[in-house]
Design a protein around this ligand. Structure first.
Ligand code: ATP
Length: 442
């Protein structure tokens, strides 16, 4: 079992590189552990996931406000949030080979998994990347690459309240890079040192605890709905109620959503009830009042916060590994990505049946240009025979291929639209093509 699963992961990593989704960071210099670069299809896939997320959680809702805070923040932010003091993982080092591991991820706390040497004592290792701002390198110039996007929203809480006067409940949402100096980055983009988060800080009235719980459930439900919208298989999604002992110090309730990745069931995203921990901590430290005034009851209080958080890189890996399929079509083995059309980087590819027939190429380019104006992610391909072109598109998960043949040009009898999963072909009139494709991909 473990062996075939491993092989599947290897195949996914190799396809992701070969086809221009994900490359190792700084590859020509031997790489940089825990960093990944995204090629054209990787960027398109990420943008599609981010676009769907932003639409669902921000533009389609009246109660959400988008922000984009700076990655570098005043070091006081991280002192108040507890990250300087406590954002650490237990690190152990092998006395023999000097390899380092996260103590809480080892099966045997005494024996090195690489060389069976003896492991040293665990010590706490702070995961924030430290840097200095400006020319001076002293205690006042210290800053950190943010380890989460959340704090960028808490420090802008007052700005949004002052300019938009939202009534509770309302949320701030942000998509952006986060950095963690992970002791052992692993499992492709699952655990990296630079990654991207999509987070919401949803502020609620703490005076009605029942409503707070209902809001928690509602937001959790929306997280799961989002995974379904991405096309992820429901049976691979698992709800984990995080036990008291494992919860972050600021959280009163946490639910992790785990996913069956090829290397096992692991955390994909989470939701935490952060109470008033952050706004209170920032009020105390900054001396700026981050409370909320209820116009109706004339009461002032610090709102509580529920935080649904999503890791974009883990979502990308979930989508990629769930879509990876091997089957046989027309008596030939094939590998294809069964992406939902909504996330597929290329939605439709247009082919002239033959490359050396100018009338076919001209018509195909005309249809390609027509589709491009209306649909994002349209590709033109006239290289090799049709079978090869289908395979190439299948491998990058393109849901539809359109072929322009002699009947299209001579009889005006439409084009052939071939569907990826079953290979089914249909003849569609050119003037109906845009609406036919649009309906299926959006
Ligand atoms: P883990 O226990 O796996 O280290 P975490 O519980 O520390 O994760 P959170 O602090 O809850 O993670 O971060 C929110 C989300 O950010 C996670 O659900 C995950 O999707 C993503 N994330 C966290 N760390 C990484 C990482 N090193 N690489 C990629 N994504 C990450």
């Amino acid at each position: 079992m473990a062996k075939t699963e491993e092989t599947k992961m290897d195949k996914i990593i190799s396809l992701a590189k070969r086809k221009g989704f994900v490359f190792q960071g700084s590859e020509i210099y031997g790489g940089l552990a825990g960093t990944w670069d995204f090629g054209p299809y990787g960027v398109a896939l990420r943008n599609n996931i981010k676009g769907l997320w932003w639409k669902k959680f921000v533009t389609d809702r009246e109660d959400m406000y988008g922000v984009d805070a700076a990655i570098l923040m005043n070091q006081e932010v991280w002192k108040s949030s507890g990250h300087v003091g406590g954002f650490s993982d237990p690190l152990v080092e092998c006395k023999k080979c000097k390899h380092r591991f996260r103590a809480d991820q080892l099966e045997d706390a005494k024996k090195c998994p690489d060389c069976e040497g003896q492991l040293g004592e665990a010590r706490q290792f702070n995961m924030m990347f430290k840097t200095n701002i400006g020319a001076a390198e002293d205690a006042t110039s210290i800053s950190y690459l943010r380890p989460e996007t959340a704090q960028g929203m808490f420090v802008n809480f007052k700005n949004v309240v002052d300019s938009f006067h939202p009534r509770l409940p309302f949320g701030l949402a942000q998509i952006g890079k986060a950095f963690r100096n992970e002791i052992a980055p692993r499992d492709f983009v699952f655990r990296s040192r630079e990654f991207e988060q999509m987070e919401i800080e949803y502020f609620v009235d703490p005076r009605d605890p029942k409503k707070v719980q209902a809001t928690f459930e509602e937001l959790y439900g929306e997280q799961i709905n989002f995974l379904k919208e991405l096309g992820l298989s429901s049976d691979k999604i698992h709800k984990i109620e995080v036990p008291d002992a494992d919860r972050a110090h600021y959280s009163k309730r946490s639910v992790d959503t785990e996913f069956d990745f090829p290397f096992g069931q692991k955390e994909l995203l989470g939701i935490a009830y952060r109470t008033d921990f952050d706004l209170k901590a920032h009020t105390d430290s900054s001396k700026v009042d981050l409370s909320y005034f209820d116009e109706e009851t004339k009461e002032r209080f610090i709102p509580h916060c529920i935080e649904p958080t999503f890791g974009l890189d883990r979502l990308l890996l979930a989508v990629l590994s769930d879509a990876y399929t091997e089957d046989e079509i027309d008596g030939e083995k094939r590998v294809y990505l069964k992406f939902s059309p909504k996330v597929a980087p290329v939605k439709v590819a247009v082919f002239p049946l033959l490359k050396n027939k100018p009338q076919l190429v001209e018509k195909a380019r005309e249809i390609y240009m027509m589709l491009r104006k209306e649909i994002p992610g349209v590709m033109f391909d006239d290289n090799g025979n049709i079978g090869k072109r289908y395979r190439r598109q299948d491998e990058i998960g393109t849901p539809f291929c359109i072929t322009i043949d002699f009947d299209t040009v001579e009889k005006g009898s439409g084009v052939t639209v071939r569907e990826r999963d079953g290979g089914k072909q249909e003849r569609i009139e050119i003037d109906k093509l845009i609406s036919y494709i649009k309906e299926k991909v959006s």
